[in-house]
Design a binder for this molecule. Structure first.
Ligand code: NDP
Length: 325
C-alpha cells in the first residue's frame, strides 16, 4: 500500500476546510488501474461537493478528473503499466496516486501533454455533449453562451463556431469578452454592465432570438436565457455558478414560444464505453491537432488548492485550472 498525498475534504464548508493528507492507496482491485496522477482538473462541481450542495459523505478526497501514467494493474483491467491515460467523473482524482476503473480510462494521444488531457476531460466532454447531443448545433444556428471565457465556455465557443454556428457570448469583463471574441464569438455582452441582457440578445439577432442558450451560470442568467430564445428554442441549463435556479413554473415554456428546457449532466451523456471513447476521443484529437485550443489559467500544488478554488469562485479565472500532485 504506497502512501500518497491527497487533497481531502474533512467536513463541508468554504475552501479553508481543504487539507492535504497522506493516505495509503491499496493495490488496484479487479478491473482497476493504479495511476500516478500528473495533473488533476479543478471543476466547479468540486465546489458544490465541498460545500455539501451535492451531499457526499465526509471525509473524501476531492477531484473528479485527471491524467497520468498507469503504474499497477488489477485483475482483468484492460490497460498496461506505462499507458498514458485520462479520465473524468472519477472521485479521488486530486492525489498523487489514484485507483480508477480501467473502463473509465481513455488513452491520451502521443504528443499531447498529460496536463492538457487532464484539463480537457470533464469540461471538454461537457461541451461536446452540449453541442452534439443535448442540442445538435447546425450551420447557421445562433447560440448564447454564458461565462464564455470560462473552462466550459471557451470550449463551447470553439465547438459551436467549428460547426458553422454563430455565438453570442457573455462574460463579466472586457478582458474575458476579448478571449471569447478571439475564439470565434461574434457578439459580445458584458452581463455585469448590460441592464437588459435578453434585450441585447434580441437586438443582436434582429429580434429573432437564439436557437439555443447554453447556461452554466444559473440563478443570475436563467430568466434572460429563457427570454432570449426564438420559438421552439432550447435552454440547456447545465450549471449554477451563480447559484441554483429556484423552482420553475412549466407554463413559462409556453409563454417563451414552446421552448425546451433541459438540465443535463455529463454522467447521463456517458452511458457506455463507446460514448466515452467518442466524446473524449474527439476532444483529445482536436487538442492534439490544434483545431481546438485550451487555455490553462493556472496550476497549483495540492497544498495550495484553496487559492485555486477561491479564484474560481470569485470569478477571477479564465480557462482551466489544474492541481499538480
Ligand atoms: P468556469 O471556468 O466557467 O467558472 C465559472 C464562471 O461563471 C466564472 O468565471 C464567471 O465568469 C461565471 N459566473 C457568473 N456568476 C458567477 C458567480 N456568482 N460566481 C462564480 N462564477 C460566476 O467554470 P467551469 O467551466 O468549471 O463550469 C462552468 C459551469 O458548468 C458550472 O456551473 C459547472 O457546474 C457547470 N458544469 C456542468 C457540467 C454538466 O455536465 N452539467 C459539467 C461541467 C461543468 P464571468 O466572470 O465571465 O461571469
Amino acid at each position: 500500500m504506497p502512501p500518497t498525498t491527497a487533497l481531502t475534504v474533512p467536513r463541508h464548508g468554504a475552501s479553508d476546510v481543504l487539507t492535504t493528507t497522506t493516505i495509503d492507496v491499496p493495490a488496484p482491485g479487479p478491473g482497476q488501474a493504479q495511476v500516478e496522477v500528473a495533473a488533476a482538473g479543478v471543476n466547479f462541481i468540486d465546489v458544490y461537493q465541498r460545500q455539501g450542495v451535492y451531499p457526499i459523505p465526509v471525509p473524501f478526497t476531492l477531484g473528479l478528473e485527471g491524467a497520468g501514467v498507469v503504474v499497477a494493474v488489477g485483475e482483468g483491467a484492460e490497460v498496461a503499466v506505462g499507458d498514458r491515460v485520462a479520465w473524468a467523473m472519477q472521485p479521488g482524482s486530486a492525489a498523487g496516486l489514484a485507483n480508477i476503473a480501467a473502463a473509465q480510462l481513455v488513452p491520451v494521444p502521443g504528443g499531447l501533454a498529460l496536463s492538457v488531457a487532464a484539463a480537457a476531460m470533464l469540461q471538454g466532454m461537457t461541451a461536446h455533449y452540449l453541442v452534439n447531443s443535448t442540442y445538435t448545433v447546425q450551420p447557421g444556428d445562433v447560440a448564447l453562451v454564458h461565462a464564455a471565457a470560462g473552462g466550459v465556455g471557451q470550449l463551447l465557443v470553439q465547438l459551436i463556431t467549428a460547426k458553422g454556428g454563430h455565438v453570442i457570448a457573455t462574460a463579466g469583463s472586457p478582458e474575458k469578452l476579448e478571449i471569447a471574441r478571439r475564439l470565434g464569438a461574434e457578439t459580445l455582452i458584458n452581463y455585469r454592465t448590460e441592464p437588459d441582457l435578453a434585450g441585447a440578445v434580441r437586438r443582436a439577432t434582429g429580434g429573432a432570438g437564439v436557437h439555443v442558450a447554453y447556461d452554466g451560470v444559473g440563478k443570475d442568467t436563467f430568466d434572460a436565457s429563457l427570454a432570449s430564445l426564438r420559438p421552439r428554442g432550447m435552454l440547456a441549463l447545465f450549471g449554477g455558478a451563480s447559484g441554483q435556479v429556484p423552482p420553475f413554473d412549466i407554463q413559462r415554456l409556453n409563454a417563451a414560444g414552446s421552448a425546451f428546457l433541459t438540465r443535463p449532466s455529463l454522467a447521463a451523456y456517458l452511458q457506455s464505453r463507446d460514448e466515452l471513447l467518442w466524446r473524449a476521443g474527439e476532444i483529445l484529437a482536436a487538442l492534439a491537432d490544434g483545431s481546438v485550443e485550451l487555455e490553462i489559467g493556472g496550476r497549483w500544488p495540492l497544498a495550495e488548492a484553496a487559492t485555486a478554488y477561491d479564484a474560481l469562485e470569485a470569478r477571477r479565472t479564465t480557462g482551466k485550472l489544474l492541481l499538480i500532485p
